[in-house]
Ligand binder design. Structure first.
Ligand SMILES: Cc1cc2nc3c(=O)[nH]c(=O)nc-3n(C[C@H](O)[C@H](O)[C@H](O)COP(=O)(O)OP(=O)(O)OC[C@H]3O[C@@H](n4cnc5c(N)ncnc54)[C@H](O)[C@@H]3O)c2cc1C
Length: 244
């Protein structure tokens, strides 16, 4: 279960794991950190835009203290811009670029960098320009995810950083994509595939998709289905009745 950050910048996630336990994460932004004590944790869970995670937290017993993790900002190191790069030494993964974990891209981008490295090794493993070729290829891989995540962060007025015309235009278009995704399953599917790095961002500019985005990008969010007043979460006492 994932509850996206609402207007108050708070969200969370809950994953059911073995032993009839839940792994729960709460998140805030711009210095709004969830408390780690059980009472404060539950109170914070009550402020996100869906009651499900609060229901889980309050109907379960904590197994341990909550563990805080604070992410200050994404960092991209531009090795491809160095005139001379150290030989016999390659940087990849988070050391090359660490992303805001909210967008869940880091491992995928690290894997894409490894594929780029495989191609570079295939084209000449012993050549002196291997690091230069790798950093150039890796920067193209990083560009896509960086634009999607660091660019999206800049749509929040409180986030520091330069807003280029490209950033503003992209964020305005993505906002339209997200509104259209509320009412158009094809747009929603394409957006998720782009956000998860399965398809390139240009997939959202394909005439078949762009026309739907332009037509439906002013859509109002659809009301969630009526569950007859029942919560959509399983209320079974979580720690006392193991799943078989
Ligand atoms: C909260 C959170 C949630 C995330 N969720 C997702 C997700 O859903 N999907 C996704 O794709 N990515 C996610 N990521 C990002 C992902 O975890 C990272 O992108 C990925 O782990 C980067 O791999 P790495 O090998 O480059 O670095 P790391 O995994 O950080 O590995 C570096 C290793 O080097 C070790 N080390 C550091 N200094 C030294 C030293 N001096 N000597 C020896 N060892 C050292 C560290 O202990 C560590 O084990 C998340 C990150 C966070 C923080």
């Amino acid at each position: 279960m994932i509850v996206s950050t609402g207007a108050n910048g708070r969200g969370g996630g809950a994953i059911r794991v073995e032993g009839d336990r839940w792994h729960v994460t709460l998140a805030g932004m711009l210095g709004d950190h969830p408390p780690t004590d059980p009472v404060g944790f539950a109170a914070f869970a009550n402020t996100i835009s869906s009651p499900d995670i609060h229901d889980i937290v309050t109907s379960s017993e904590p197994l341990d203290e909550a563990v805080p993790h604070r992410f200050r900002s994404p960092v991209r190191r531009r090795f491809e811009r160095l005139g001379t790069v150290p030989q016999g030494f390659l940087v990849l993964g988070d050391a090359l670029c660490s992303f805001n974990p909210l967008y869940a891209q880091g491992m995928a981008v690290a894997a894409q960098q490894v594929m780029a490295l495989r191609d570079c090794l295939h084209d000449g493993a012993e050549s002196a320009d291997l690091p230069t070729r790798f950093y150039s290829a890796a920067s193209k891989v990083v560009d896509v995810a960086w634009q999607l995540s660091a660019g999206a962060d800049l749509s929040h007025p409180g986030v520091l950083g330069p807003r280029t015309p490209r950033t503003r235009l992209t964020n305005a278009y993505v906002a339209r994509v997200q509104r259209a995704a509320h009412v158009d399953p094809l747009v929603a599917r394409t957006f998720l595939r782009v956000a998860n790095l399965v398809e390139p961002p240009t997939a959202l500019l394909h005439p078949r998709i762009a026309s739907r985005i332009l037509l439906r990008g002013n859509a109002r969010p659809v009301a969630p289905p009526d569950f007859g007043g029942q919560p959509s979460v399983d209320r079974t006492p979580i720690l006392t009745e193991p799943t078989r």
